[in-house]
Design a protein around this ligand. Sequence first.
Ligand SMILES: Cc1cc2nc3c(=O)[nH]c(=O)nc-3n(C[C@H](O)[C@H](O)[C@H](O)COP(=O)(O)OP(=O)(O)OC[C@H]3O[C@@H](n4cnc5c(N)ncnc54)[C@H](O)[C@@H]3O)c2cc1C
Length: 439
Amino acid sequence: MAQELIIIGGGLAGSEAAWQASRRGLKIRLYEMRPNKLTSAHKTKFLAELVCSNSFRSNSIYNAVGLLKEEMRMADSLIMRAADRAMLPAGSALAVQRDSFSMMITETIEGDPNIEVIREEVKELPGDGIMGIIIIATGPLTSEAMAGEIARLTGSEYLYFYDAISPIIDAESIDMSNVFRASRYGKGGDDYLNLPMTEEQYDAFYNAMIKAEKVPIRAFEEERVFEGCMPIEIMASRGKNTLRFGPMKPVGLIDPGTKRQPYAVVQLRAENAFFTAYNIVGFQTRLKRAEQKRVFGMIPGLERAEFMRFGSLHRNTYINSPLYLEDTLQFKAYPNILLSGQITGVEGYVESASMGLIAGINAYRLMNEKPLIIPPSTTAHGALIRHITLSDPKNFQPSNINFGLMPPLVERIKDKMERCKRLSERAIMDWEQYLTSIT
Ligand SMILES: Cc1cc2nc3c(=O)[nH]c(=O)nc-3n(C[C@H](O)[C@H](O)[C@H](O)COP(=O)(O)OP(=O)(O)OC[C@H]3O[C@@H](n4cnc5c(N)ncnc54)[C@H](O)[C@@H]3O)c2cc1C
């Protein structure tokens, strides 16, 4: 009997992986624990349920997530097929009628003669020495038993449960006239961009911060957060100077302009090796997006900041992929087990599904002893893989797709629209080549 591929989790990634593997002729057993056991956010028995918003964000291919979707369409993605069919009017965004979307995927997968859907929670992975190929795609709300199993594969200290992320800014949009490069106490060269603030600037920023509107807590979410990833607005609410002893502390930094230690400092750390995107260090937040723009725009140098990713906070289960995953999505220590979806450290519906697409293709190639080919980092898929496998494990944070994850163009283009257009055109060309190489 032909070997079967086991997929655990019938969410966005698991459904896409099953579809990609089935199209190539594999037999698949797809385990989904719903409706017998629901997560804290899922409400239905449908595969690929959308747990929150019904938006797949921008549909323009000159936007990074639009580009990612286009690459998926070119690879005949089931998630994109269903999304395009269930589309609702939403300007330049791709929003979907959520039930039609998930029902279409459920019907396709359940009706596929290559796929057997088993409605069961998988509590244990097969022991060492297992020959079969497994894709784990159990998502950010992975059941406790499976989280324990993944912890066993990785070492539990690298499974995170509350995920607070800070915004990422397009380097081109930072006003460098107010920036000095330095590391605290001169340790680490000129790694950080430092944005100094006077007492008046800090006071205005602080007052805006404590009054700013937050995204409301959903019923199933807990207020509990780890001290290590405390949202900046919670820290600010503890007292006027808390931030000056926390992420905005000026000690060890001398502004070469004034030759003095500033009253407060905001530090930006490069998000990639190309210095095209910067993370605002310690600014993890659940402020509403418009408030992030308004309040963080009060930081001198960030007045015109373009946000490539906004800060957010929610429960998440993901592994420190740079330590444990190959760029093929195989576990380094267990090459027959692939990881896929949000649990790899990508963030978002489309990103999770795109990792399912790659895992499904790779599982097929692995099963048929074909070489595994990785899309180049100039493509949206390749850029995500690069992020989750080559980031510094000490600072690893989940990421949406954004152009900052891709290598910059050879020539410098100031105009943002033109730059995005050129990056997208390059990506589509390279993705076409990737698709040719795997046929
Ligand atoms: C509360 C919340 C809100 C979010 N909102 C958004 C949003 O608005 N927009 C956005 O782009 N992204 C959002 N995300 C992030 C992410 O895009 C989604 O969670 C996305 O569904 C992840 O896709 P996935 O395939 O990795 O996981 P999922 O789609 O969650 O699929 C995982 C599946 O595995 C099943 N499962 C879990 N454990 C087991 C087990 N042991 N055995 C069998 N089955 C199991 C689950 O029931 C689930 O069906 C949100 C995440 C969370 C947690």
